[in-house]
Design a protein around this ligand. Structure first.
Ligand code: PLP
Length: 406
C-alpha cells in the first residue's frame, strides 16, 4: 500500500478516510470507495466503504474564511456559475403560525439549476477541470442529473446522464437545454446506476453518482457552513428531507468541520425527514442496521429510493450525533408545500416540502425559544404535476390575510 498524501488548499490539507474502517486514502479521480469495505458489498444494500474527506489546518486559520476555502479543490477551478450563497429567509407569517420566532428557511431552490444538488456538481466539476477530465457521467432520479448538466455547461464538460424515463418532464427538459447527452432508461434508478457504471468502465470519465463519489457529500457540506455564517451561530435544530442520505451526510460534515476547526461548539440536532413510502434510513436507525429493501412509493420523487446509496454514512452520523428521524405522509407533504408557498412565498418541490412537513410533525418537541432551520432543497417549478395535485385535492393553505388554519 502506498502512503496517503494530502491535497492542499490554502491553510487546509485534505485526505479521504473510510467511514467504516478508518483506512486512509489520497484524493485522486480514480478513488471512489474503500477497497477493503467495498469488498463486503451485499446486493440491494446501501453502498459500503463510502469515504469522507478529512480536513486539517496546516497554518493559522484566516479570520476571513469562506465556505469554498474548506473544500479540497482550489477556488480557481470552480466553473463560473453562482452556486450557493442562497438566502436564509425569516418567514414572519410562518413564525407566527408555528409559534417559532427563530424559524429560518434556507432556500436552496435558488441555486442555478433549482436544487441543492448544484453544490455537489460544482465541486465535482472543479475537480474534473483540475485533473483534466472532460467527461462526467451520472445516474439520477432527476435533480442530480439536471444539476450536473447545467454546471457542466458552465464548465465546458461533456455530461452523460442516465435518468429513469419516469423523471418529471421539467428535469428532463432542463438537462436537454443544458446540452447533456441524456439516456432515458426504461427502468428504475438502480438500473440507471448500473448502466452509468458500465459506460464509465468502457469509456472512462468521472462518476458523479451520488454518495458513490465522495465529493458529492463534501460539496453539500457548504450549506451547513453558510447557515452557520448567516446565523452567526449554530442553530438548535435543522430539518433535512432525506432519500439517498447524501444531503444529510453533507450537513453533518459541515457542522463537524466547524467543530473540528474550533469555530463552533457543537453539532446541532439534525432531523432526518422521510416520506412514509420511502423511509429506509428511518427504519435502519430504529433497527440499528439496513434490512432488505422495500419498494418506495411517494409523490416526492427526489427522495423516492429503495436502497439509499449514502445510507451507511447517514446512519453512522445520525447515531454518532443523536439525530432524529420523522416520517410524513404524501398528504402532509402536499399540505406542507402549499402552507409554505401561501404562508411565506417560497414555492418548493415536494421533496423539499417534506422537511417542512417534518417540522410540523415535530413542532411540539421544540421549545419556542429555539433556533430552527428548515433546509429547502428544490424549486417548486421542478414538478408541476405534484403541485397541481395539492391544489386539486384542496389541501390546506394559509389564508390571505390572517384567517389561519392550523
Ligand atoms: C436529492 C434531493 C433530496 C434528498 O437528498 P438525498 O441526498 O438523496 O437524501 C431532497 N430534496 C431534493 C429537492 C433533492 O433533489
Amino acid at each position: 500500500m502506498t502512503a496517503t498524501m494530502t491535497t492542499r488548499n490554502g491553510p487546509f490539507a485534505f485526505h479521504y478516510r473510510c467511514n467504516e474502517c478508518g483506512r486512509e486514502y489520497t484524493i485522486t479521480p480514480e478513488r471512489m470507495r474503500c477497497d477493503h469495505c467495498a469488498g463486503r458489498q451485499e446486493e440491494k444494500r446501501p453502498l459500503r466503504g463510502l469515504l469522507e474527506v478529512v480536513i486539517s489546518v496546516t497554518t493559522l486559520l484566516p479570520p476571513e474564511w469562506q465556505p469554498l476555502d474548506l473544500l479540497p479543490v482550489e477556488r480557481e477551478w470552480f466553473p463560473p456559475i453562482p452556486v450557493g450563497n442562497t438566502p436564509l429567509w425569516e418567514p414572519r407569517r410562518l413564525r407566527e403560525h408555528l409559534g417559532l420566532p427563530s424559524l429560518f428557511l434556507k432556500d436552496d431552490g435558488l441555486n442555478p439549476t433549482g436544487s441543492l444538488k448544484d453544490r455537489a456538481s460544482w465541486l465535482v466539476a472543479a475537480f474534473a477541470r483540475k485533473h483534466g477530465i472532460r467527461r462526467v457521467v451520472v445516474a439520477s432520479t432527476g435533480n442530480a442529473g439536471s444539476s450536473m448538466a447545467g454546471i457542466g455547461a458552465a464548465a465546458g464538460l461533456e455530461v452523460r446522464l442516465y435518468l429513469p424515463a419516469s423523471a418529471p418532464p421539467a428535469k428532463r427538459v432542463q438537462s436537454r437545454q443544458y446540452g447533456a447527452d441524456l439516456q432515458e432508461v426504461d427502468g428504475t434508478y438502480d438500473e440507471a446506476f448500473e448502466l452509468s457504471l458500465k459506460y464509465l468502465d468502457e469509456h472512462g470519465g468521472l462518476s458523479r453518482n451520488t454518495g458513490f463519489n465522495p465529493l458529492t457529500i463534501e460539496g453539500k457540506k457548504t450549506v451547513a457552513l453558510e447557515i452557520f455564517r448567516q446565523l452567526g451561530r449554530t442553530p438548535d435544530h435543522v430539518f433535512v428531507s432525506t432519500g439517498d442520505g447524501v444531503i444529510i451526510s453533507g450537513v453533518f460534515r459541515g457542522f463537524e468541520d466547524l467543530v473540528s476547526l474550533g469555530l463552533a461548539p457543537r453539532v446541532p440536532e439534525v432531523i432526518c425527514v422521510q416520506a412514509e413510502g420511502s423511509n429506509a434510513i428511518a427504519r435502519a436507525l430504529a433497527q440499528g442496521s439496513f434490512g432488505p429493501p422495500v419498494r418506495s412509493d411517494t409523490i416526492a420523487d427526489s427522495i423516492s429510493v429503495d436502497v439509499p446509496a449514502g445510507g451507511e454514512f447517514a446512519l453512522r452520523r445520525l447515531q454518532r450525533h443523536r439525530g432524529k428521524t420523522v416520517t410524513v405522509s404524501d398528504r402532509e407533504i402536499l399540505e406542507a408545500q402549499r402552507l409554505l408557498a401561501s404562508g411565506s412565498g417560497c414555492f418548493v418541490e415536494p421533496a423539499a416540502a417534506t422537511a417542512f412537513a417534518g417540522l410540523r410533525r415535530y413542532r411540539e418537541k421544540i421549545s419556542p425559544d429555539r433556533c430552527v432551520v428548515v433546509l429547502l432543497t428544490g424549486n417548486g417549478l421542478k414538478d408541476i404535476a405534484a403541485a397541481t395535485r395539492g391544489i386539486e385535492e384542496n389541501v390546506k393553505t394559509l389564508q390571505q390575510p390572517g384567517s389561519e388554519l392550523s
